[in-house]
Design a protein around this ligand. Sequence first.
Ligand code: PLP
Length: 423
Amino acid sequence: MKNDELFQRARKLIPGGVNSPVRAFGAVGGTPRFFARAAGAHLWDVDGKRYVDYVGSWGPMVAGHGHPAVVAAVQAAAANALSYGAPTQAEVELAETLCRLVPSLESVRLVSSGTEATMTAIRLARGFTGRSTIVKFEGCYHGHADALLVKAGSGALTFGNPSSAGVPAEVVAHTAVLSYNDIPGMKKFFSQNGKSVAAVIVEPVAGNMNLVLPAPGFLEALREECTRHGALLILDEVMTGFRVALGGAQARFGIRPDLTTLGKVIGGGLPVGALGGRRDIMDKLAPLGPVYQAGTLSGNPVAVAAGMATLKLVEQPDFQEKIESTTRLLVEGLAAAAKKAGVVFSAQAIGSMFGLYFRASVPGNFAEVMQCDKERFNRFFHAMLERGVYLAPSAYEAGFVSAAHGSAEIEATLAAARGAFAG
Ligand SMILES: *Cc1c(COP(=O)(O)O)cnc(C)c1O
């Protein structure tokens, strides 16, 4: 098979044969699929097999693959210029769109990845407050910058390296890790250390330790403690932005962060990230202020065109409602199929993100996610893959539905799941 042959070749020259660790199927075993083409809700591997896609490039493809409006925008932009390294009108329009749609954004800086966005947000928070401590939560992933790679989720979790080699202890000495949804624990930390905290960074819906929803009051309590102690609240909406609601999780839960990080959907499949928020804080960034940040390809015209075209689709009336109801149908159908097969399973969705758990009830923090039956997930994953359904190759990732997923795809997925749960 061409797929196996490619993986052999890849492994000779690329560490693990992949350019991002979770792609390697290390957690689930087997050979990663090499893809040749995608359209709408479907992927085709190099051997011609078709799959219903629930990864969506790990979030960005909310409008579905190869949407004609996005492809046309990219082609037009590319024909015009690939890069200037100088300002363009399209960047201004994307900044205006982001500030209009995301409630707390007064000013925004474009970068090229979510990692850059969070790394810069941390530096900015420290520069603005003159403090050092950063608070994060166990199982939340904020990209692979050194200071944030402590008890992180996603691939770092999948591979059992909550921290990474190559990160000196001194570098993470100012990073405190608390338990997600633990309000008393967080308040206690603030009462003892509040004066040293520059910022709390949190996924407002955690999507890198499978899917974990914020407990009622958790985000509100974070907002209160940050305000009380002069710390900044950073909502990392790289994943939740334009997925949990049009205005992000902050709109859905009514939380106003000081800074927000964005990525994934805002590039529509090309590399775009952003950080934004209060103008008095953002004005501390170079060239206005003393906090340095830069990027050769930041605001790249082709990437910005893909993002703008995607956001235009995402803001159409009913886009969010439709995709949310499709996602709900999916998780309800899966839960019903599991119940019928007598499999211990639970599932939930918010917006177009979903979580599947081989556990009797949905988890509320990292420790509960770890109680899921990972072996059972791996068998389910391979059974689904064989039946033409592409789920994230790890029990610790959220799933994603696109606007191109309709009742036909959901039906096909549920039929596959009935077989997979029986196996
Ligand atoms: C994906 C992700 C990042 C990192 O984004 P990259 O573009 O992969 O660097 C940061 N934060 C969250 C919440 C993410 O899901």
